[in-house]
Design a protein around this ligand. Sequence first.
Ligand SMILES: N[C@@H](CCC(=O)N[C@@H](CS)C(=O)NCC(=O)O)C(=O)O
Length: 222
Amino acid sequence: MIVLHHLNNSRSQRIIWLLEELGLSYEVKRYERDPKTMLAPRELREIHPLGKSPVITDGGKVLAESGAIIEYLVDTYGKGRLRPESGTQERIDYNYFLHYAEGSAMPPLLMSLVFTQMPKAPMPFFMKPLVKGVADKVKKGFVNPQIKTHFDFLEKHLEKNVWFAGNEFTAADVQMSFVIEAGVLRAGAKSKPKLSAFLDRIHARPAYIKALERGGRFEILG
Ligand SMILES: N[C@@H](CCC(=O)N[C@@H](CS)C(=O)NCC(=O)O)C(=O)O
C-alpha cells in the first residue's frame, strides 16, 4: 500500500493529485506545520532524514523529492499514462519541466518568500529599517527580475503548447502546478493569460478536486 506522508499546505498536495489522476489506492498520513516556524514536525524525520514533504512509502521503499516520487509513480503504476513517448519533443519537454520546477523555478520563489519574511522576524527595533532596506534591495535588484524572466518564459511556453509537455496533460503539469500556484502570490501569474488559464484548467480536473478533499485546505505560504 502506498502511504503519502502529507504536510499541510505543502508540495505533497500535488502528489495526492497525481495519485488521484492515476486512480491508485493510497493512504494519507497527516503532519501539521508548526504554526510559528511553519516547519514540519520532527516525526517526519523518522520517515526520511530530511523531514521534508512529500515522502511516500510503498512496501519497504521510501521515496522523497517530488520529481523522483512522480517518476517512480508514473514508472511503476502509470502503464504509459501521463508521460509522453520517449524519443519525442514532448518527452524532452516533460523531462525538462519535471526537473526545472524544483531545480530552477522554485529557488527564486523561495528567496522571495525568505526576503519578504526576513524584516518581520523579531529583532531590536532599530535594526528593522536596516534589514528591510537590505531585503528590499535584494528583491528589487536580483530576485524579482529572476522571477520575471521565469514567468515570462513560462507564459511564452504555454502560448505554443496547451500543457507543459505538448498538447496532452502529463505528470509534468502536476509537478509545475506548485510553481504556478506560488507564482500567483509572487509573480502575478494570474495576470498572465496562459498561466491563468492553466490554473483554471487544472482546478477543474476531477482528480484535482478529489485531491483537495483528501489533502485538506491548501494554501501557498505567503
Ligand atoms: N524539492 C523538494 C522540497 C521539499 C520541501 O521543501 N518541502 C517543504 C514543504 S512545501 C517542507 O517540507 N517544509 C517543511 C520544513 O522544511 O520543515 C521536493 O520537491 O520534494
